[in-house]
Design a binder for this molecule. Structure first.
Ligand code: DX5
Ligand code: ZN
Length: 216
């Protein structure tokens, strides 16, 4: 069954513990934490202190999505703050630095994921695939919640599904941005393993019901 990762970007930050408990009790699999630096993306969100605090109040798998420049500078700190999976962007540094960040996380016993923005060809991921626990396909331009799903990104999910199956890898395929029950179905059919949803879950009257609907 597909996993659901609610993104706290759309939660009420003044009531973050309450909102996390709602999705935890509502059947979420992962908790998606969007970290933005105002440089790699045109927005600033949350960082290390918040990850540390969240770690104390939930047992959900913390899926930390770093939208920051030169992520190798910070991956160790996020691992130590309590992230279970640290995902960062292929576009955020030179390939050798990306490899360095992957190896840092591996040596700390953490799961590691790489993400690509909508304009990045999926083939750019191939050299990294055997080292990854997760690949994250952005189905909106990263930076903001509540944007419209870019349907043309679905072919990347299909290409990744084929690659992972052909090579016998255990890498999960995650999709992030613009997901609602309808777009979620398209992603599941294309072979996604994990769906991130921010506004769909947290603006729903019944977040638990929405999590179920997203699973299809
Ligand atoms: C966007 C973030 C997403 C965001 C998704 O840059 O990476 O995780 O929270 O929000 P929705 O589900 O509202 O598109
Ligand atoms: Zn995200």
């Amino acid at each position: 069954m597909v996993k659901i990762a609610p993104s706290i970007l759309s939660a009420d930050f003044a009531n973050l513990e309450r909102d996390i408990k709602i999705v935890e009790n509502g059947g979420a699999d992962y908790l998606h934490v969007d970290v933005m630096d105002g440089n790699f993306v045109p927005n600033i969100s949350i960082g290390l202190p918040v990850v540390k605090s969240i770690r104390k109040i939930t047992d959900l798998v913390l899926d930390v999505h770093l939208m920051i420049d030169k992520p190798h500078r910070y991956v160790k700190a996020f691992a130590e703050a309590g992230a279970d999976i640290v995902v960062f962007h292929l576009e955020a540094d030179l390939p050798e630095k990306i490899f360095e960040a992957v190896h840092t996380l591996r040596s700390l016993g953490k799961k590691v994921g790489l993400s690509i923005k909508p304009k990045t060809p999926v083939e750019m991921l191939w050299p990294f695939m055997s080292l990854l626990d997760m690949v994250l396909v952005m189905s909106v331009e990263p930076g903001f919640g509540g944007q419209e799903f870019m349907a043309e990104q679905v072919s990347k999910i299909r290409a990744l599904r084929e690659f992972v199956d052909r090579e016998g890898l255990s890498c999960e395929i995650e999709v992030d941005g613009g997901l609602n029950p309808e777009t979620a179905r398209t992603c599941i059919e294309a072979g996604a393993d994990v769906l991130v949803a921010g506004s769909a879950v947290f603006s729903a009257g019944d977040p638990a019901g929405m999590i179920k609907l997203l699973r299809g």
